[in-house]
Design a protein around this ligand. Structure first.
Ligand SMILES: Cc1cc2nc3c(=O)[nH]c(=O)nc-3n(C[C@H](O)[C@H](O)[C@H](O)COP(=O)(O)OP(=O)(O)OC[C@H]3O[C@@H](n4cnc5c(N)ncnc54)[C@H](O)[C@@H]3O)c2cc1C
Length: 499
């Protein structure tokens, strides 16, 4: 790998890095940590459009924002989690801040650098990036030998809001949770939260006490599980004064095993699992609550993420009377609130559209290879992280049903191993290509809708790459097999072509 300053065609300077990491969220910081430890001689930079680190955890500042998986596995393998399993946004941001500070990552991060385009030149074996920086949006040229894409899966600049008739007539405020105004006054106001996912479920209990009333309006219910925000094993090990590093590793393994067992049951005995989840909800809401209408989804558990409600706070807010659920569809917005398809009206001062994400692919960056625009939907992913015909680029897409970060770290180990191999083999580029035996392989959509089908993924399937049915080309979302297979990759024998 080489490092030097170059020149643009108009004489401006291009700064060169061995590795550019796109995104300073959970995945990008994991990438930087592992890269720096394994290959300390490489010159790298993290570029992020936002003004600080954290990605998702910076963008989502609505009241109650928290993780819905445990931080033993959502946190990093290398930094023990010392708190309760489910963490608030500010706890996660503090944890990430410590990772940056303890590992000297700060000098490597450039905030407010939005990458607009990435052009690969085979002649120079590098990506030429155009970024827009700071307030002025000044164009900055950077080149890199390797692109590590940790840009997440949705557009941070705007959330997804369906267009409803009459939205302009509404006299109150319409807010998307991705753009929560700091000074939003919801005290004593009537609030409607449209949506049934994790965001709505965390927002409701966080604001219910202060609002006049908060209604969760959903078209389709979600599965919830509930329990104490505590881990018995972690608490016991802490009582025995076991080292934090050990507790972290032991609890991580236990969480992963428990999760694998649940996912197996979701496949093998979905009806039993469904009844168990509904029983948990009934136990908090009481026998007279209409769980069938409001908390029984029309799909199998884990076909979409099951949302964990720590200490049953959502259900307690509903039982307390300050929050309620309406399952119906919106006919239109009115000046005073919403008219529903059933004819019911809900008056509101504030309407929160917790309607999800605009999934984006690779940070909305325009990619090209040797002057030809790249259409990733025509590529097939190699182990769901590299694309056929696309050199020196790795994409982080984490787990949907395990913690996302587990996969970000598995891939980080893989990338560091591959970069080491390239250095010792004197290779300047690597790209996955079909082997002779791959050409007759069955190619399908990247996500199997029968297996996992949240709205944001289904809306974007046409933009996504494809997968094959041989082990190297599958997209399994299976942590247990990937954690073994990815560590055993022989960099010389895979369908990885080096030049
Ligand atoms: C409220 C909420 C709670 C969640 N809870 C969990 C959970 O408990 N467990 C779990 O597994 N997952 C959870 N998720 C999913 C979560 O987004 C991921 O797990 C994780 O935080 C993603 O980290 P990331 O670094 O990959 O991406 P992100 O957090 O999305 O960060 C990507 C970064 O890349 C930057 N970027 C993107 N494009 C560009 C560009 N063109 N140029 C420059 N920079 C760019 C963005 O500005 C952003 O800072 C949650 C999501 C939300 C919204």
């Amino acid at each position: 790998m080489d490092t030097h300053m170059g020149q643009t065609p108009t004489g401006g300077q291009i700064e060169h890095f061995d590795v550019v990491i796109v995104g300073a969220g959970m995945s990008g910081l994991a990438a930087a940590y592992h890269l720096q430890r394994t290959l300390p001689h490489l010159k790298y930079v993290i570029l992020d459009s936002l003004e600080s680190y954290g990605g998702t955890w910076l963008t989502h500042s609505y009241p109650g924002a928290r993780s819905d998986s445990d931080l033993f596995t959502f946190g990093y393998q290398f930094k023990p989690w010392k708190g309760n399993p489910i963490a608030t946004r500010s706890e996660i941001l503090s944890y990430l801040g410590e990772v940056i500070q303890e590992n000297g990552l700060e000098p490597h991060i450039r905030f407010r650098h939005h990458i607009a385009s990435a052009a690969w030149s085979s002649e120079d074996a590098r990506w030429n990036l155009e970024a827009f920086a700071g307030d002025s949006g000044e164009s900055v040229r950077i080149s890199t030998s390797f692109l590590w894409m940790c840009q997440g899966y949705y557009r941070h600049s705007e959330g997804y809001t369906p267009g409803w008739r009459g939205m302009d007539d509404f006299k109150g405020e319409i807010v998307h949770p991705q753009k929560w105004p700091k000074d939003l006054q919801y005290k004593n106001k009537r609030v409607v939260v449209i949506g049934s996912g994790a965001t709505a479920a965390t927002l409701l209990p966080a604001i219910a006490e202060e609002c006049a009333h908060v209604t969760m309006l959903q078209r389709t219910p979600t599965y919830f599980s509930t329990g104490r925000n505590a881990d018995k094993m972690a608490d016991e090990l802490r009582r025995l004064q076991i080292k934090d590093e050990w507790i972290h590793e032991i609890v991580r393994r236990k969480v992963v095993c428990d999760r694998a067992a649940v996912l197996k049951r979701a496949k093998e005995e979905p009806e039993t699992l469904k009844q168990e989840l509904l029983a948990q909800v009934r136990a908090v809401l009481g026998a007279d609550y209409d769980v069938d209408t409001h908390f029984t989804p029309p799909y199998r558990p884990h076909q979409q993420r099951v949302c964990f409600v720590p200490d049953g706070d959502l259900f307690k807010a509903i039982r307390g009377g300050k929050a309620s659920v309406v399952t119906d569809e919106i006919e239109e917005f009115t000046s005073d609130g919403l008219l529903l398809k059933s004819g019911e009206r809900i008056d509101a001062d504030i309407i929160v559209t917790a309607t999800g994400f605009n999934m984006n692919f690779l940070g909305d960056i325009k990619f090209s290879v040797d002057g030809e625009a790249l259409d990733f939907s025509k590529t097939v992913t190699y182990r769901a992280m590299m694309f056929t015909g696309v050199p020196n680029l790795v994409w982080i897409y984490g787990y949907n049903r395990y913690s996302w970060t587990l996969r970000a770290e598995i891939i980080a180990h893989f990338v560091c191993g591959m970069l080491k191999h390239m250095s010792s083999a004197g290779a300047k580029s690597v790209r996955p290509s079909f082997r002779a035996e791959d050409h007759d392989m069955r190619i399908s959509q990247w996500v199997d809708p029968d297996n996992f089908n949240p709205g944001y993924l289904m809306r974007a399937q046409h933009l996504l790459p494809k997968r094959g049915d041989k082990p190297e080309w599958r997209h399994t979302q299976d942590y247990l097999s990937e954690s073994v297979d990815m560590n055993a990759i022989d960099y010389t024998h895979e369908p990885l072509q080096y030049e």
